[in-house]
Design a protein around this ligand. Structure first.
Ligand SMILES: Cc1ncc(COP(=O)(O)O)c(C=O)c1O
Length: 388
């Protein structure tokens, strides 16, 4: 048996070692507090689950789903974009449901990237941007996100010959893993740069509804010119604690949306219909629980940031996402420090290098663990004070 060459181009999975250590410690009976995983610990709101159950009982939803999404869901997505961002979308041409946004993020590379093509990708960044590019036969060109630039890419440092050769640029705000945010002025600069070099833009925005201190992150689609050259990926995973159900969407430029649909319709059969109905319920229903849930994350954020600052670990207080991106102490690489926390305190965090070389010097804490576990983690971290 001979596997395809492209598999050998995938980078090694950096979390393997940390995951193996966590399993080892647990097998020894150690109580590991895991700040590593970005998966909401809180449940999907009950009205959404009830709609899912109701639709699951209806035999009309037991067959193959409508691959391009139920009209009801497409309209709910367009209605939500209008209500939340003031953006008008044509639900028949500018909206496509996805089996979780990760699925569309991976597949869209097949629409733009031919062997040897470049895609501009943030570093650190969510791994599927580069992995999708590699699987399509392309090459990632990494745009560093540096703290001194507020974790925004500096377009001026990208050589013209690289930008001209690239087909696609990925952006992601609010940002995983750095927790950074971007405003419309930044998006405007990105569009200007993309237009100059004939690039399409994919903005990945699953965290716009996880925000604190009254901050309301914008959508890339709020820029009138955005839809001329770009799309936005969104997800119900983080907004409604729905990671299990696998549903997201892409909206924006109708040619890009249609290209992705052409790829998808040949590879998958769409989102199970019961889940589509549940998603429409979430988007149309009351959004009160989103604010309540964010208040929980904000309290957790404040508790964690306080202890990190007592330990001498520098971090920015994130205004969005449920991630805290902290500097490692002097003398530690990301991996060293993640291992030290695991060995000495049985605390698991994600080493920044899991998101690319640009993550060196940082670790990521996720706030998606129950309050009592977070408190246990905070207590252990405070006992480490002084050694940083
Ligand atoms: C930046 C980013 N984009 C996309 C996703 C994928 O979300 P989903 O596939 O659950 O919609 C994640 C999940 O962690 C993420 O952090």
């Amino acid at each position: 048996m001979e596997l395809a060459e492209r598999l050998s181009r995938l980078p090694p999975y950096l979390f393997v070692e940390i995951n193996r250590k966590i399993a080892e410690l647990r097998a020894q009976g150690k109580d590991v507090v895991n700040f590593g995983v970005g998966d909401p610990d809180l449940p999907t709101p009950s009205h959404i689950v009830e709609r899912l159950c109701l639709a699951a009982h209806d035999p009309a939803n037991h067959g193959y789903p409508e691959t391009d999404g139920l009209p009801e869901l497409r309209q709910a997505i367009a209605g939500w974009y209008h209500g939340r961002f003031g953006v008008e979308l044509d639900p028949t041409k500018e909206v496509l449901p996805l089996i979780g946004s990760k699925e569309g993020i991976g597949h869209i590379a097949l629409c733009f990237i031919d062997p040897g093509n470049l895609a501009l990708i943030p570093d650190p960044g969510y791994p599927p941007y580069s992995l999708g590019t590699i699987l399509a036969g392309g090459e990632p060109y990494f745009m560093p996100l540096r703290e001194e630039n507020d974790f925004l890419p500096d377009f001026e440092t990208i050589p013209d010959e690289v930008a001209d050769k690239a087909k696609l640029m990925w952006l992601n705000y609010p940002n995983n893993p750095t927790g950074a945010i971007a405003d419309l002025e930044f998006f405007d600069k990105a569009v200007h740069f993309a237009q100059q070099h004939g690039l399409a833009i994919c903005h990945d925005a699953p965290y716009t509804e996880v925000a604190f201190d009254g901050y309301r992150p914008p959508s890339f689609m709020q820029l009138p010119c955005a839809r001329r050259i770009g799309v936005e990926f969104h997800s119900l995973s983080k907004t409604y604690n729905m990671t299990a159900w696998r549903i997201g969407m892409v909206v924006g430029n109708p040619d890009m949306v249609n290209a992705l649909f052409r790829v998808k319709s040949n590879l998958d059969s769409g989102v199970p219909q019961a889940i589509q109905y549940a998603a429409a319920e979430g988007l149309r229903g009351s959004q009160e629980h989103v604010a309540e849930r964010n208040a929980v994350f904000q309290r957790r954020r404040d508790r964690l940031v306080r202890v990190l600052s007592d330990m001498g670990l520098r971090c920015r207080i994130p205004r969005a996402t449920f991630y805290v991106w902290a500097k490692t102490p002097q003398g530690y690489t990301s991996m060293d420090f993640a291992k030290t926390l695991l060995d000495e305190l049985a605390i698991a965090v994600t080493p920044g290098t899991g998101y690319g070389e640009g993550g060196e010097g940082y670790i990521r804490f996720s706030l998606t663990i129950p309050d009592d576990r977070l408190q246990e983690g905070v207590n252990r971290l405070s006992s480490w004070r002084g050694r940083a």
